[in-house]
Ligand binder design. Sequence first.
Ligand SMILES: Nc1ncnc2c1ncn2[C@@H]1O[C@H](COP(=O)(O)OP(=O)(O)O)[C@@H](O)[C@H]1O
Ligand SMILES: [Mg+2]
Ligand SMILES: [Zn+2]
Length: 504
Amino acid sequence: MSLGRALAVGLVGLSAEIVEVEAHLGKGVPALFLVGLPDAALGEARERVRGALEACGLELPKQRTVVNLSPADLRKNGSGFDLAIAVALMCAENADGAWRARRAVHIGELGLDGRVRPVRGVLPMVVAAVAAGHRDVVVSAANEREAALVPGAHVHAIEHLSEILRVYGVEVGEGIEWEPLALPDQLGSTESTEDLADVIGQPEARRALEVAAAGGHHLLMMGPPGAGKTMLARRLPTLLPDLSDPDAVQVTSIHSIAGRFAPDGGLIRRPPFEAPHHTASRAAIVGGGSGVPMPGSVSIAHRGVLFLDEAPEFPAAVLETLRQPLEGGEIHLHRATASARYPARFQMILAANPCPCGGAKCRCAPMDVRRYRTKLSGPLVDRVDIRIHVPRVTRAMRALDERHEGSIAVAARVAEARARAAARFAELPWSVNGDAPGSWLRRALVGEVRAPLERAVDEGRLSMRGVDRVLRVAWSIADLRGDDALTIGAVGEALSLRGGEGDA
Ligand SMILES: Nc1ncnc2c1ncn2[C@@H]1O[C@H](COP(=O)(O)OP(=O)(O)O)[C@@H](O)[C@H]1O
Ligand SMILES: [Mg+2]
Ligand SMILES: [Zn+2]
């Protein structure tokens, strides 16, 4: 009996684990068995590996062969194990370089022609490999730049299986030729080219964006079509600070798994902006799909902005699912086949028209308007601290406007305000006002600002939840002003950023 070994990486959600691939060649009828919880894609691996080896002038061992992937309890999916399986099979035949194959991590799908294809999620896989002490990683040339983003990784990029087999001392056929791999699609940079300076007028909405950016507050914008809601929402990321190093790796990993990352510009450093359409599938929005669930928009928006345009048009079930990430910052996707969890801590912007038709010359039945608006109440909207009306810009307003402050200037104020909040919360488990719990807010509620809020509650103009929201926003206003305490002015402005959307 002979034994071949190679390493691969299994990925479930964002957690990656080293997988050892062992090929046992023993007595018996020639056949190839794959064991260790393979899913459908892994079953197909057998055919791809056979084809790829033939393309190298090789064939499957003429013995009873068992390929075992361990740990057995790790849910393995996808086609990224092909390369390691082929290497383990060939190195079982006493190749000189077999010891090297046992130490290197192999990540790649094989084509029937032997080409090594890129896979998704290479970044978190290589991060895990290096963390586990395996610096040598073999990947498809199309994944090279992504793998190379991981500090400490020794990336060996190949186009064809025969290249790595030669390295390991396996004798492959002569004159193997292949078409060069098509490079992955340019996905364009996630860097926004938008700027707040593009927005004419709308002083209140600009201010709301600034306060929302300072405190990480969720925001609801209500207004007629064409008022500029979408335009404003797209500019929130331009006001937010760069991602920290760990966040950049995590965000980039999610985008890599989702197949939404082009590594040319390095790690994703800017907060993402994700705007799923209301007709998008639930799996696209919250995550899912067959096999190990894929991340959805809520995770792609992690550490960035999730924009739900025409929010009342989203299915109630989808809106309902957003509660989990809004509360816990992550989403658990349970499937019969496998479960995964992905981070999903985003800043949410909801936009809505005043009624289903858009409102200019509204002919909606009062019932329909009510139903439409009810979609924007309840637990989801409870978490939205800032609610504003965005009117259409009139000619008069345009003429009045002289100040077109750009994103850089606003982002600088936001950064200062965030630093002030982070210092205040240094010993606490949150760092932005939008995450401050009611208990903390109310304990800190002392001095001149207490009376007016109490009066509003007594008179039924404000609920206790409403008080919490006003306080959160007031702290962000104070941070922007450079104040160390809440003032009547800050609370007054916070009250005005609730847009008179009732008190819900
Ligand atoms: N305040 C504004 N400044 C500059 N352009 C605006 C403004 N408001 C709207 N527009 C323009 O009008 C169009 C519609 O705006 P949009 O953001 O899609 O509105 P909404 O999302 O409220 O329907 C956009 O193409 C945008 O360029
Ligand atoms: Mg719009
Ligand atoms: Zn209407």
